[in-house]
Design a protein around this ligand. Structure first.
Ligand code: GLA
Length: 373
């Protein structure tokens, strides 16, 4: 019995020796995991060699047991706060900051090894009314407004320093009208264009490691694209710390074309900045036909709409993969077709189906096209 044991032990030593010799000569082979129990992959895993895949969430989406939470856990490795980091909810009065909701999202992301994009420090919409007014109701001066903006940016960016890796510093400051450059928002009307450069400088001072983005929509339409390019070039040439552009990606089955998308990416990348797709969804309604008017047959996810959306998503992800050196993040706006802001925009109460997961939280046919490469 004793000799049998020692024979087995000797064989085991021999095996271990051979294994050690093999791994010595073929380094790397020891790190191969056994091909068993490979977990079901999510979007983030399919795109691991490309870019993080994110999603915009509300704090309630993170509740354990909800359909949203199951999808978030499995599919995404980056989060954006859909609303709770905007100036209105976060800074409702001059000396009142409301952090709880944003903290929930940031802490959840950190605990789950996810990145966080901060959205957004300065936007014409969601500007709280107090910030534009003196206590007597008159409009503030440029100096007062810039001081308030500085305070807001400094407080928010400092709180999440080292936790939020990228900020949408200024959102939608460029006008859609080809005849105008800047959107004539209260920020612009009171401060002129200067508030934009200042916002980037203050964000950079508060967290020098954070990546700072200018974020906008219709960034692929030729006239807006060229305006944004010139505007960003001006900031970059003046030494303003702008590190990237966020293409919101609120697209539709009819827009943008592959050529428009490619030329926008190439043009912005030529500025030497990074590109992130920050608010991706693909409306099933067509921009150039019935986009903003209710028409018979709306609300239904017809086979035709499904196919057009599938083709569009397939194209845009193919383009994203082609530009993986320029694109450093892709974030979807909302989790599933159960609820999207497009259910009420641009037509109130018209059901849309813009995402990769259906109303029952299942992967749609389009999901499998996006991960099939
Ligand atoms: C813009 C904003 C987002 C969001 C969407 C609509 O794109 O940047 O924060 O409000 O509109 O939901």
């Amino acid at each position: 019995m004793g000799s049998l044991n020692s024979e087995i032990r000797n064989k085991r030593y021999l095996l271990l020796f051979l294994l050690a010799a093999v791994t010595e000569f073929f380094p790397g082979c020891e790190s191969e995991p056994p091909p068993v129990n490979i977990p079901d992959k999510g979007l983030k895993d399919y795109y691991i060699d490309y870019f993080p895949i994110g999603v915009a969430v509300s704090p309630s989406n993170l509740t354990l047991g909800t359909g949203e939470r199951v999808i978030i856990d499995k599919e995404f490795n980056s989060l954006t706060a859909e609303n709770v980091m905007k100036m209105g909810p976060m800074h409702p009065q001059e000396n009142t900051y409301y952090w709880d909701d944003a903290d929930k999202i940031v802490n959840f992301a950190i605990a789950n090894n996810m990145k966080v994009r901060g959205h957004t420090l300065c936007w014409h919409s969601n500007t709280p009314s107090w910030i534009l007014k003196n206590s007597d109701g008159t409009t503030v001066t440029k100096e007062v407004l810039l001081n308030r903006l500085k305070d807001h940016i400094t407080q928010v960016v400092t709180r999440y320093k080292g936790k939020v890796y990228a900020w949408d510093v200024v959102n939608e400051a460029i006008d859609d009208n080809p005849a105008k450059i800047y959107r004539e928002s209260s920020w612009y009307n009171i401060c002129g264009e200067e508030y934009i450069a200042k916002a980037f400088q203050w964000a950079h001072e508060a967290d020098p490691d954070a990546l700072l983005f200018y974020n906008d929509y219709s960034t692929e339409s030729a006239s807006k694209r060229d305006k944004i390019y010139t505007f960003l070039k001006g900031l970059i040439d003046a030494g303003i710390p702008v590190h990237g552009i966020g293409l919101q990606g609120h697209w539709s089955v009819s827009w943008p074309s592959e050529a428009e998308l490619r030329s926008a990416i190439v043009k912005y990348a030529s500025l030497g900045i990074k590109i992130q797709i920050t608010e991706l969804d693909v409306s099933v309604y067509s921009n150039n036909e019935d986009f903003s008017v209710r028409t018979p047959g709306d609300d239904t996810f017809t086979a035709d709409r499904e196919q057009k959306q599938l083709d569009k998503y397939k194209m845009i992800f193919r383009v994203f993969r082609d530009y993986k050196s320029e694109i450093t993040g892709v974030t979807f706006w909302n989790v599933s077709d159960k609820r999207s802001w497009l259910d009420n925009f641009p037509v109130t109460n018209r059901k849309n189906y813009p995402l990769l997961f259906d109303q029952n939280y299942n992967r749609k046919r389009v999901y499998f096209e996006v991960v099939n490469f």
